[in-house]
Design a protein around this ligand. Structure first.
Ligand SMILES: [Cu+2]
Length: 120
């Protein structure tokens, strides 16, 4: 057997043995600042969510549910396409950060991140 077919055989074998990569890349929240259910001080704060896959930032959003139950859609900061970030002025009380992201595979995922802001 000449070298070429053997190399092809080896390449095919490697392909067959390699773990199949998942076809989709849902965006899963990996990390956040603040953390889930964290208690943080009042004032201006950059809220950051980091995901496992690339996002279509223009079609993703962050909204902040404040202690008075008003909902503010936050302006996203430019940056990595794995990260949603926005600044907000925080006052004491319970908050919920609502996120919705569009992953590059076209799937939308959404979730909530509750946190509280302590009294000064
Ligand atoms: Cu997906």
């Amino acid at each position: 057997m000449t070298a070429f077919p053997r190399r092809r055989v080896l390449a095919l074998a490697a392909l067959a043995l390699s773990p199949a990569r998942p076809a989709h890349a849902h965006a899963i929240l990996l990390d956040s600042d603040p953390r889930h259910a964290a208690a943080i001080p009042p004032g201006e704060r950059t809220l950051t969510l980091r995901f496992n896959s690339r996002l279509d930032i223009a079609r993703s959003r962050l909204a902040l549910l404040r202690p008075d139950r008003s909902l503010t859609v936050l302006k996203l900061l430019p940056g990595s396409d794995h990260v949603l970030a926005a600044t907000a002025q925080l006052t004491p009380g319970r908050h919920v950060l609502r996120w919705q992201v569009l992953a590059i595979d076209g799937h939308i995922t959404r979730g909530e991140l509750p946190f509280s802001v302590t009294a000064p």
